[in-house]
Write a protein that binds this ligand. Structure first.
Ligand code: UD1
Ligand code: UDP
Length: 357
């Protein structure tokens, strides 16, 4: 009988990670996708399913936004019901969102095999909601798919050594599959009248940067002092810019655009002079696409990007950001710290192997 895997997703970064894994899985098993509905705007959700050709979810729980407890609780109820009905041989969760943790917890309590794609990442900052999700998800998981050796080491330090495999990062797989298509189909540079290497790409959405008025104001004012900043605006960030009366200022001083689709985003990243971000996925993509990255956080899970000299941590301090914009210059050499683009195949193979034993 063919093995059945339930993949649980709900937020933008989950979709990007699911795409290559789903493709690999469907060559070897049956897959059902459960979508919690954590992200629901067209540009945060459907656009990714369309561009990345992700199969339509079998379940859409329509949980939407809410406080952590309410959102996670509603997800648990919906995921449990879907898993009860599907009885999969294994459940896959991706990354570090509330959807990830809800999926892992629901499945573990039902004594199902849980696989975590992007296991072992740690920022060691418990003020980040994602850090709680990472730790708890890993401790609920049976199969831990680590993108880096650092992640394997982090798990070992917490006593997790069984079921751990070093697969590489599925971000490489996604970029490999889609970069060429993105470059042929995206017109974003023309649409925004951008010249290669003459603009900076900026994204922020971490609560520590967006929800605190002083921090958000300082970041936006700093961006306004940098020439030619393109700013795809996350809905959370838009909400707080409006709340703090900064929206008009941002619109008139930066090139603010709607959240970019994946194809436009790849093209914007690849051709930028610099990337300024607090996103985990964007830090990795900057490294893989060899674009210097300035990270507006105090620490990162993706330590290899900093060790290799392609990423610099500046927090939200104006002077540090401006200094990095003026002087940050990565070396030419780079290791292949995220693997070579076969992480999804390894993940699918390990899952099938596990089901057979
Ligand atoms: C979530 C993840 C974060 C991830 C980010 C990727 C958690 C705890 N956080 O953060 O790890 O980096 O997604 O983008 O899981 N909103 C909309 N439309 C949408 C989605 C959200 O308007 O389609 C607005 C709502 O006002 C909502 C807010 O954004 O309250 C925050 O959304 P939420 O999913 O709670 O967290 P993110 O900040 O998106
Ligand atoms: N992304 C995108 N459009 C945007 C911002 C991000 O397509 O406007 C993609 C990005 O290329 C990466 C993923 O979304 O593949 C990262 O998600 P996000 O920054 O929302 O979350 P994080 O990685 O920080 O959890």
């Amino acid at each position: 009988m063919t093995m059945k895997v339930a993949s649980i997703v709900g937020a933008r970064p989950n979709f990007v990670k699911l795409a290559p894994v789903s493709e690999a899985l469907r060559k070897r098993c049956d897959e059902v996708i459960i979508h919690t509905g954590q992200h629901y705007d067209y540009e945060m959700d459907t656009l990714f399913f369309d561009e990345l050709q992700i199969p339509k979810p079998a379940y859409h729980l329509e949980v939407g936004s809410g406080s952590h407890g309410a959102q996670t609780g509603e997800m648990l109820i919906g995921i449990e019901a879907a898993l009860l009905r599907e009885q999969p041989d294994a459940v896959l969760v991706f990354g570090d969102t509330n959807t990830t943790f809800a999926g892992a917890l629901a499945a573990a309590k039902m004594q199902m095999t849980v696989g975590h794609v992007e296991a072992g990442l740690r920022s060691f900052n418990r003020a980040m909601p994602e850090e709680i999700n990472r730790v708890l998800t890993d401790h609920c998981s049976d199969l831990l798919f680590c993108p880096t050796e650092t992640a394997v080491g982090n798990l070992a330090a917490e006593g997790i050594t069984t079921g751990v495999s070093l697969t590489g990062d599925v971000t490489v797989d996604a970029l490999r599959t889609h970069t060429q298509m993105a470059e042929t189909s995206s017109h974003v540079l023309d649409d925004l009248a951008l010249t290669r290497r003459e603009y900076c790409l900026a994204t922020i959405h971490r609560p520590s940067n967006t929800d605190v008025e002083r921090n958000l104001k300082s970041i936006i004012e700093t961006f306004a002092g940098i020439a030619n900043v393109v700013f795809p605006c996350h809905p959370r960030t838009e909400r707080f810019l409006r709340k703090y009366g900064l929206w008009e200022y941002a619109m008139s001083h930066l090139n603010v655009i709607r959240p970019a689709g994946y194809f436009d985003m790849i093209v914007l990243e690849k051709n930028a002079r610099l990337i300024l971000t607090d996103s985990g996925g964007v830090q990795k993509e900057a490294y893989i696409l060899k674009v210097p990255c300035i990270t507006l956080r105090g620490e990162t899970e993706w330590v290899e990007t900093v060790e290799d000299g392609w990423n610099i941590l500046v927090g939200n301090d104006r002077d540090k950001i401006m200094d990095a914009v003026a002087h940050f210059s990565p070396p030419r050499a780079q290791r292949h710290v995220f693997g070579r683009g076969d992480a999804s195949i390894r993940i699918a193979a390990t899952l099938v192997e596990h089901a057979l034993t």
